[in-house]
Design a protein around this ligand. Structure first.
Ligand SMILES: *[C@@H]1O[C@H](CO)[C@@H](O)[C@H](O)[C@H]1NC(C)=O
Ligand SMILES: *[C@@H]1O[C@H](CO)[C@@H](O)[C@H](O)[C@H]1NC(C)=O
Ligand SMILES: [Zn+2]
Length: 534
């Protein structure tokens, strides 16, 4: 019998099969057992009784041949990048990416492993080496100096060279130790600029676009005093954003962190006090600066406002939607705070009106925080939101004139382990240990608060008594730490648009902005505009 089947029917059948497989996660039917690898796989355990296109060569050959044709039909884009959008998934390690893909697919009723996140369709990828000058494993501040300024620095510092040690205020104020970012280079070239994040806007990653700081914790003046430094000499991060260049010239600033801008005795929009001890309300200072420059501006603090105003009607927009970080997307009151996707859409629309183009930095900042808490569910959901924000930018821009770069600052210690059957719930049990006969989870961490104390008799904690599907579940960790750590592995770079093919191979993280600058013809290095003129 010859079975002919149209591509759309195939997709439907596949969806049906994967849905069935997903509906039966962790099924225990075992026909074959490869004891060396403890691989447990059967047709029945996948819920596939009759026809699974993946069983036939055609399925895989057709997919590969189609991709081959797509790639052969593509030519590198070598015009000037009018616009550059950099997406930074904080702590978005490669295992986190793979798990997020499965999570997304499973939430749509598929097995998940085959799901493609928006930016995985970008034509070019590379690997970025994330260590810092004095640290094998990066934090978000020294890595920000690398991927935004093109120079590596010391852990705990942002926007300054390796000559600046943590807390060294004098060295930080020395201009020759400061590392301007691609956001500054873009402003100098007449482009509009924007910064969007789900964290406090003064947090490590976004601070790398506008601050020169010897301690990432110096988000307000009180923190500088806590380090035994003088806030009259040493400007905190919020102050640098509002009063200094390039911060005061940033057209669109969207994120959280109102408390870093407001005095302690000030009750803000949500009825909570600020953190500053200098009696300065930096939000009012920001507004006064725009008035003084006769520029149109808006200050926004809730979702209704950002969803109802015209993004193109102001020269400057400051949106601070939480006194602290924005809420995790999965736990947020959706009416109060915009999503990363909504903020990205607003920013691109606002910045597009400059005929010289723009540079926009967008951070999915809470992937990292979910991982620090071993709360894989929250982290993967943030990762999916991040992918949605990338898609929004893709939809609003043209590949011919806009370079989009998606990467992470550093890895984490999440691993995807064991040999769970295809479609097994990503938050589920992977298998049973042949040493102690107890189950282990697919997702686990090298360290963190999810560490489980052994039983009194010394046996390993039995995770089958836990509800691992709970959004706040702390996945198991090998070493107990209050906060899980970053990882030292390389992170991925995905890129589309002009000169994105230069992100091939493995390279130092500080290479990243050099390519963005080359493509968009900003900064002091080699540019595509100069090369094309020769
Ligand atoms: C500033 O930094 C440069 C380079 O690190 C150094 O040569 C110079 O002496 C410093 N200036 C002061 C005033 O410390
Ligand atoms: C301020 O801007 C408005 C509108 O752009 C313009 O009409 C006005 O002349 C400006 N005033 C000054 C003092 O530049
Ligand atoms: Zn972190």
């Amino acid at each position: 019998m010859v079975l002919t089947i149209s591509p759309s029917t195939l997709v439907f059948v596949l969806a049906l099969i994967t849905t069935v497989a997903w509906a039966r996660p962790g099924s225990e039917d075992i026909d074959e057992r490869d004891t060396a690898h403890q691989v447990h796989r059967t047709r029945r355990s996948r819920g596939i009784k009759d026809f699974n296109p993946e069983d036939d060569s055609e399925f895989w050959i057709n997919g590969a041949q189609n991709l081959l044709s797509t790639k052969l039909g593509r030519k590198p884009i070598t015009g000037q990048a009018k616009n550059v959008i950099m997406f930074l998934g904080d702590g978005f390690s490669i295992p986190t990416l793979a798990a997020a893909r499965v999570y997304l697919g499973q939430s749509l009723g598929a097995t998940g492993e085959e799901t493609v996140l928006s930016f995985e369709e970008f034509p070019n990828t590379g690997l970025s080496k994330t260590y810092c000058v004095d640290s094998q494993v990066a934090d978000s501040s020294c890595s920000a100096t690398a991927y935004l300024g093109g120079v590596k620095g010391n852990i705990g510092t942002a926007g300054v060279t390796g000559r600046v040690k943590v807390d060294d205020c004098a060295a930080m104020r020395n201009v020759s130790n400061q590392v301007p970012s691609i956001l500054k280079w873009s402003q100098d070239a007449g482009k509009s600029t924007g910064v969007v994040t789900t964290t406090r806007i003064t947090h490590a990653s976004p601070s790398g676009t506008y601050a020169y700081i010897a301690n990432r914790d110096w988000e307000n003046d009180a923190e500088i005093k806590n380090s035994g430094q003088d806030p009259d000499i040493c400007d905190d991060i919020a102050e640098q954003l509002v009063n200094k260049l390039p911060g005061k010239n940033i057209n669109v600033i969207l994120g959280g962190g109102r408390k870093e801008f407001r005095p302690r005795d000030f009750t803000d929009e949500d009825g909570t006090p600020g953190s500053r001890t200098d009696d300065v309300d930096l939000i009012e200072v920001w507004k006064a600066d725009k008035v003084g420059r006769n520029a149109s501006f808006r200050y926004l603090w809730n979702r209704d406002q950002i969803m109802s105003v015209d993004p193109t009607d102001s020269d400057y927009v400051l949106g601070l939607f939480n006194r602290d970080h924005l809420e995790y997307h999965l736990l947020a009151n959706r009416r109060k705070e915009p999503t990363l996707e909504e903020m990205t859409t607003f920013a691109v629309q606002a910045l597009k009106k400059n005929p010289n183009g723009f540079f926009l930095f967008v951070e999915g900042g809470r992937i990292d925080m979910g991982l620090h808490d071993n709360k894989a569910h929250l982290a993967l959901d943030e990762a999916v939101e991040f992918a949605n924000a990338v898609q929004a930018a893709v939809d609003l821009t043209d590949e011919e004139d806009t370079l989009i770069v998606v990467t992470a600052d550093h890895a984490h210690t999440l691993s995807i382990s064991g040999y769970p059957v295809r479609g097994n719930n990503i938050f589920g049990i992977s298998g049973t240990s042949s040493v102690d006969n107890l189950p282990y989870a697919t997702l686990s961490f090298a360290n963190g608060p999810g560490y489980k104390q052994p039983e009194e008799d010394g046996t390993r904690y039995d995770i089958s008594r836990d509800n691992t599907m709970d959004a706040n579940y702390e996945f198991p960790a090998t070493s107990p730490l209050y906060s899980e750590t970053h990882g030292g592995d390389d992170v991925a770079v995905f890129a589309r648009g002009p000169w994105s093919h230069l992100y091939a191979g493995a390279f130092e993280q500080n290479f990243i902005p050099h390519v963005m600058a080359y493509a968009s013809c900003v900064g002091n290095g080699r540019t595509s505009c100069n090369d094309n003129r020769k």
